[in-house]
Write a protein that binds this ligand. Structure first.
Ligand code: ATR
Length: 271
């Protein structure tokens, strides 16, 4: 039996077992995908002895994406660029690391709004771990990216990795950049159940812009609701979660799965 899992602390909230379990059943693979909660003091040792874990590979979630990147003996270029990994596997006994959040992000948009990336200016709200993957993927697609964040220094640190392609400013300047952006994304936790909303005036946004959110609980955040009310094209964050899982499953279980409408319905029912 091939085993994989998601590592985190906590990990009970992860929907990855549901996603991979759906594909395992679909392909009829003798495999298992579980959750492993690892206390902060144990993660270094777990990763150092990964070959003894019985796992073919794993996903890594908060707060271990950075430590996973450091522990790997071989890193995909995207992991080197952003310093965080969400997908690990063994290759000839060497722990290898990838970060599929960015590819999940763009694959979802490719599916939902073909041609979303043909025009060149993006506004990214937030500068945390999720923003790092999103910004990297947008730069790869040729966007000029503006990052606005509550804490300016974090936005500046992110922008400094992509000189000439990414600029940084404070969150209160969001409206200024929103007026010229063709693509807008919220990567902050604002809009999650019970949390505040992103303070941005959708009326300044160009009517052909595409707006997305990486928050998927609720599926329609106040940010997306405001964009839809203005008549803009919107994409919710659930598809990113589904698409980021594809490369890991393919590596561990040897079959390339697809993100079906049925899978989406299954996960939506669990939100
Ligand atoms: P993640 O890995 O999910 O991106 P993170 O690294 O903690 O989590 O980043 C959270 C992001 O949400 C940051 O951009 C954070 O802004 P700061 O860098 O200023 O902390 C943003 N964020 C969280 N709560 C916020 C709030 N109440 N107002 C504005 N931004 C907020």
């Amino acid at each position: 039996m091939i085993r994989a899992a998601v590592l985190g602390w906590p990990v009970s909230q992860s929907r990855s077992p549901l996603i991979h379990g759906y594909w395992l059943k679909q392909f009829g693979i003798d495999g298992d995908y579980g959750r492993i909660a690892i206390e902060p003091g144990q993660i270094d040792s777990f990763l150092a002895h990964f070959a003894d874990s019985g796992l073919a590979g794993c996903n890594v979630t908060i707060p271990y994406k950075e430590v996973a990147a450091r522990a790997a003996g071989h890193r995909q270029p995207v992991v080197e660029r952003i310093g965080a990994a969400n997908t690990l596997w063994l290759e000839n006994g060497v722990l290898c690391a990838d970060n599929t959040d960015g590819i999940g992000f763009v694959s979802n948009l490719d599916e939902r709004v073909p041609g979303w990336d043909t025009q060149g200016e993006a506004l990214v709200i937030g500068a945390g771990g999720a923003a790092a993957a999103v910004v990297d993927a947008l730069v790869e697609r040729g966007f000029m990216v503006r990052v606005v964040n509550r804490t300016l220094s974090r936005a500046e640190a992110l922008a400094s990795r992509y000189p000439g392609q990414v600029s940084a400013d404070v969150l209160s300047e969001a409206n200024r950049y929103a007026a010229t952006a063709n693509f807008l994304v919220n990567t902050t936790s604002l809009g999650m159940k019970g949390d505040g909303a992103v303070d941005l005036d959708m009326n300044v946004v160009s009517c052909d812009a595409v707006v997305t959110d990486i928050v998927y609980v609720p599926l329609v955040t106040p940010f997306l609701e405001a964009a839809a009310a203005r008549g803009l094209r919107t994409v919710d964050g659930l598809g990113m979660l589904l698409h980021q899982a594809v490369p890991g499953f393919t590596r561990w279980f040897g079959h390339r799965p697809t993100v079906t409408a049925e899978l989406r319905v299954l996960i939506e029912a669990d939100l």
